[in-house]
Design a protein around this ligand. Structure first.
Ligand code: NAI
Ligand code: MG
Length: 326
């Protein structure tokens, strides 16, 4: 069976790291059909649109999408692309790698972040010169869908359970509904959970990240806390992510276009290559996914490494070293 993969490099180093990840996928014995499409600042300058309809349609029909990064138009590109794949959960691993400088080298976390609602549902108003408001949306259905995903995730990947991170002591209705719904789905599935207030979580994860494993949170909390965890493992340059929908999914590095180094051929391809490893797992190629993870880990440990990791290798050197290990 051929998998159709939409490849959307975008701007800046997206143009460098996305082809590197495609090279890694091409090195595997899997039948992929890659279809490339434009999005971001450059295509907006040409056509007036940051996300051309054909790019949206491609993401909405491909089996999976690999996205690089977009510049100033990032929000105009990535939010609709997540809608195109109907993504309800953002999976963000934050894992420290051997040989890489990390604040907390023992960190190994998976954030499962609600990806459609909360304060990012888009209901903001400017009522008067003095007052602006925001409506926070939490639904039972979205919380259930996330919780069901989390239960399958912990069962499939051999985790003991998950932590529900929330602030239901203050946001009683919205986070109360979130917490109670997620907890009851977990109970029905026999999955163990614990509950942590999001502010306390921020402190505890800095002091001792090993007390946590899989973390399930509402949209904004997941955004902020997973970036905090990124700081614990050595910055955004190594972090992958997956936006999962019911029938398709989009994979992207957490970092942006890195305008300070774009065009120099020295961007670190690891985050995008690990995102491609998540794509492999999503499509059911678990052995190949593990092999790519191991090849990246080995390369990060032994080199060659790009300058952001203290080395002097190019994107191509590092990509080739990863492919050689495969
Ligand atoms: P950034 O992630 O692009 O860069 C932050 C710092 O990390 C820079 O010093 C950069 O050189 C370094 N860096 C990031 N990824 C790297 C890699 N793979 N290899 C080596 N070094 C790397 O974030 P910044 O500077 O806040 O944003 C730059 C542009 O990217 C902005 O226009 C922003 O809108 C966009 N952006 C897009 C995102 C997306 O498309 N998902 C996400 C974040 C930012
Ligand atoms: Mg963020």
């Amino acid at each position: 069976m051929t998998h159709e993969i939409a490849v959307i490099p975008g701007d800046g180093i997206g143009q460098e790291v996305t082809p590197a990840a495609v090279e890694v996928l091409e090195a595997l014995e899997i039948d992929f059909e890659f279809v490339e499409a434009d999005a971001g600042d450059a295509v907006k300058e040409e056509t007036g649109e940051a996300l051309p309809q054909e790019t949206y349609d491609l993401a909405a029909s491909a089996d999976a999408t690999l996205f690089g990064a977009a510049g100033e138009t990032a929000a105009d590109v990535i939010l609709p692309l997540r809608t195109a794949v109907d993504s309800f959960v953002n999976v963000r691993p934050a894992k420290a790698y051997p040989g890489i400088d990390a604040v907390r080298p023992e960190t190994d976390l998976i954030f499962l972040r609600e990806n459609t609602e909360g304060v990012y549902a888009g209901h903001e108003d400017r009522l008067t010169q003095d007052v602006s408001t925001l409506t926070r949306v939490v639904t039972e259905s979205a919380s259930e869908r996330l919780a069901e995903f989390a239960c399958d995730y912990v069962a499939g990947d051999d985790h003991d359970g998950f932590s529900i991170v929330h602030k239901a002591n203050v946001m009683r209705e919205t986070d109360g509904l979130f917490r109670d719904t997620v907890k009851s789905v977990a109970d029905e599935n026999g999955v163990e959970t614990d509950q942590v207030l999001m502010d306390a979580f921020a402190t505890r994860v800095c002091l001792d990240p090993e007390q946590f494993d899989v973390v399930v949170c509402p949209n904004l909390a997941g955004d902020v806390l997973s970036d905090l965890a990124a700081g614990l493992v050595g910055g955004l340059g190594l972090l992958p992510s997956a936006n999962i929908g019911p029938d398709r999914a989009l994979f992207e590095p957490v970092h942006g276009t890195a305008p300070d180094i774009a065009g120099e051929g020295i961007a670190n391809p690891a985050a995008t290559i690990v995102s491609a490893a998540m794509l492999l797992e999503y499509l059911g190629h678990d052995a190949e996914s593990d092999a790519v993870h191991e090849a990246v880990e080995g390369t990060l440990e032994d080199g060659p490494r790009t300058p952001d990791l203290g080395g002097d290798a190019s994107t191509e050197d590092m990509t080739e070293a990863i492919i050689d290990r495969l």
